[in-house]
Design a protein around this ligand. Structure first.
Ligand code: A3P
Length: 319
């Protein structure tokens, strides 16, 4: 058999054998399902989700391409929703949990083994979930629901470099240029976990244009440049805008400070804990826009610029 993993059902193995396949930068197998490359375990999670998830209209789904600011978006959303609960300052969930421990992934967590996980523990309203699937992968499952989706995107160069640091950290590889170059190649030809990158962006971009009340498209770079405005925009979209009194009392800035990379990465839970088999500390690095300049050659940068320009042409989305 081409697939060796007990989590993968016979049915999925048979589906996989009919799909285009490729190897990622580490030689692990990927297959292309509904236009998106997944590793086999993730595909099983996607299929389980597609079969089993029953949305509620109040659900909020936080979506992203990996390494685009997922952890930050999760923290901000939790902080915005939690503020009505008036925690005494040392009882805030973000002080004792990593954001990934509060907002579970569909295909990488809840649905990885089964299409009917017990969601009883996620009974608070709204329920918060997350995913790295492109929007079209959720289309059928969510089509009769008015749940909200927030997507965060980031420019391809910084996303790639962030992946390089992260994957070397989690797979305990010595970080070197040859890994960066193979990642770069896979990124550019789209054969990368959850790729092609541009198709991912475009699925949510189009979704946000078609239904702006349902899909919010956020950008990491804008969140860095104008956190205050972007936090307000997120709260408005989620249906819990800041009151005038809250704004005047500095509530928006408090959320911004609470969720800052500096603050979160300094908390004990994020220095020592684990989420999704990764050390929490690896979710926090530098968090700077344009840091990729320090690692990519001008040729690599040019190639990415050209790809992005070509693939996004006519969409209205620009970097
Ligand atoms: P860098 O590797 O460029 O530093 P994700 O959360 O999707 O895995 O993305 C990880 C990237 O977001 C990393 O980028 C990480 O440093 C950055 N990040 C994590 N928490 C952040 C926060 N609270 N504010 C800003 N950036 C954050």
């Amino acid at each position: 058999s081409i697939v060796r993993d007990d989590k993968i059902t016979k049915e999925t193995k048979s589906l996989i054998s009919s799909l285009p396949s490729h190897e990622d930068f580490q030689g692990r197998k990927l297959c292309k399902y509904q236009g998106c490359w997944y590793n086999y375990n993730t595909l099983q999670g996607v299929l389980n989700f597609q079969r089993g998830f029953q949305p509620q209209d109040t659900d909020i789904i936080l979506a992203s391409y990996p390494k685009s600011g997922t952890t930050w978006l999760k923290a901000l959303t939790v902080a915005i929703l939690e503020r009505s609960k008036n925690h005494s300052s040392d009882h805030h969930p973000l002080l004792s949990h990593n954001p990934h421990g509060i907002v579970p992934y569909f295909e990488l967590g809840l649905y990885i083994e089964s299409s009917s996980p017990d969601l009883a523990k996620y009974s608070s309203v709204p329920r918060l979930f997350s995913t790295h699937m492109p929007l079209h992968a959720m289309h059928k499952t969510l089509k009769d629901s008015s749940c909200k989706i927030v997507y965060v995107c980031r420019n391809m160069k910084d996303t790639l470099v962030s992946w390089w640091f992260f994957s070397c950290a989690i797979y305990k590889l010595e970080r070197n240029r040859s890994i960066l170059e193979s990642l770069f190649k896979s990124f550019c030809n789209g054969t990368f976990s959850y790729g092609p990158f541009w198709e991912h962006l475009l699925s949510y971009w189009r979704g946000s244009l078609e239904d702006p009340k349902r899909v919010l498209f956020m950008r990491y770079e804008e969140m860095k440049a104008e956190p205050h405005d972007q936090i307000k925009r997120l709260a408005d979209f989620l249906g819990c805008p800041f009151t005038k009194e809250e704004e005047e009392s500095g509530c928006v800035d408090e959320i911004s400070d609470l969720c800052s990379l500096r603050n979160l990465s300094g908390l004990k839970i994020n220095k020592t804990g684990k989420s999704y088999n990764s050390d929490n500390k690896d979710y926090f690095r530098k968090g700077e826009v344009g840091d990729s300049k320090n690692y990519l050659t001008p040729e690599m940068e040019n190639k990415i610029d050209m790809i992005i320009q070509e693939k996004l042409q006519g969409s209205g989305l620009k970097f």
